[in-house]
Write a protein that binds this ligand. Structure first.
Ligand code: NCD
Length: 299
């Protein structure tokens, strides 16, 4: 499952469902009774896996799964295609995270149950994007007409790639990519933006662009995707958003972050009302509840 599998209208209706879940959770508390979600996580995760599990439990369903490849048959050499055929006999829906790009797509092709991509290597993270979009829609009231700055590891950050791909379908969204030279957006993404005539700029200094942003999406430098530790150490603290820098930002600019945060946002920013990254986590549960219901055709 990719957010681009849904049309913009289908996404709107998914977010309406998430809004309704937020307003009246008890209406949905038993809807998945008798259903099981399998979480197949071949890579570490805290929030995405627990968010999926919470979503299913909130809907009255049950959860099975594994949270690291070493404790699954992958360690014996089983392919993802075989694993998913087995999981299909146990569960009604599966959320899969895998270090190999495209692995959840391969699994979906062999599966008789819906397989949700919960992050594949440095490629995509569609349900984080649903979370980000619902957060923006709920707190800004719209998904068009804004300037968004994406800052940090734009090369390996899969949440950035998914979010940009989703936002280019909305009207009048301008992008400011803020990264060191080595961590710029992948060239395929740049080509997509150029082909579609979408307004964007690539800069190094965060301070220079802060005053013009409606949204700032901070990301951590993705240590696990670096080939050598020295490069990581050199780049990891390239950006640190602190109180002083927040003074340069508009009063209604929102700061998002997919989390986990390392050093890129100083904890002193957490109390700023513009910092919404912990609220984002809550929206992630609502949107995953809505997604499970849609994919199981229960709402
Ligand atoms: C992100 C990921 O896994 O890509 N985390 C998450 O799922 N919220 C971001 C990250 O790990 O930096």
């Amino acid at each position: 499952m990719n957010p681009l599998d849904f049309t913009v209208e289908e996404l709107d209706s998914l977010f309406d469902l998430a809004d309704d879940i937020q307003k009246e959770p008890e209406k949905y508390a038993h809807i998945c009774e008798g259903k099981k979600l399998a979480t197949c996580f071949y890579e570490p995760s805290t929030r995405t896996r627990l968010s999926f599990e919470t979503a299913m439990l909130n809907l009255g369903g049950k959860v099975i799964g594994f949270s690291d490849a070493a404790s699954s048959s992958a360690s014996k050499g089983e392919s993802v295609s075989d694993t998913i055929r087995v999981i299909s006999c146990f569960a009604d829906i599966c959320a899969m995270r895998h270090p190999k790009e495209g692995a959840p797509m391969v699994a979906a092709g062999r599966s008789s149950i819906p397989v949700i991509n919960a992050g594949d290597g440095g490629h995509q993270h569609p349900t984080q994007t649903l979370t980000d979009l619902l957060t923006i829609r709920s707190l800004k009231g719209r998904l068009n007409d804004f300037t968004i700055g994406l800052c940090g590891d734009l090369k390996f950050g899969r949440t950035v790639h998914s979010l940009v791909n989703a936002l280019i379908r909305y009207e009048n969204v301008r992008f400011v990519f803020i990264s060191p030279e080595e961590l710029k957006i992948p060239s395929y993404l740049r080509s997509t933006l150029l082909d579609k005539g979408i307004e964007f700029e690539e800069v190094i200094r965060l301070e220079d662009v802060l005053p013009k942003l409606d949204l700032l999406y901070m990301t951590r430098v993705q240590r696990e995707r670096f080939f050598n530790e020295e490069d990581y150490v050199r780049l990891k603290d390239f950006y640190v958003l602190n109180k002083e820098k927040m003074e340069l930002a508009p009063q209604d600019m929102l700061v998002l972050h997919p989390l986990p945060r390392v050093n890129e946002i100083s904890v002193e920013v957490d109390d700023d009302p513009r910092a919404v990254y912990f609220k984002q986590v809550q929206y992630g549960v609502y949107v995953r509840m809505a997604l499970i219901l849609r994919l199981l055709e229960l709402a």
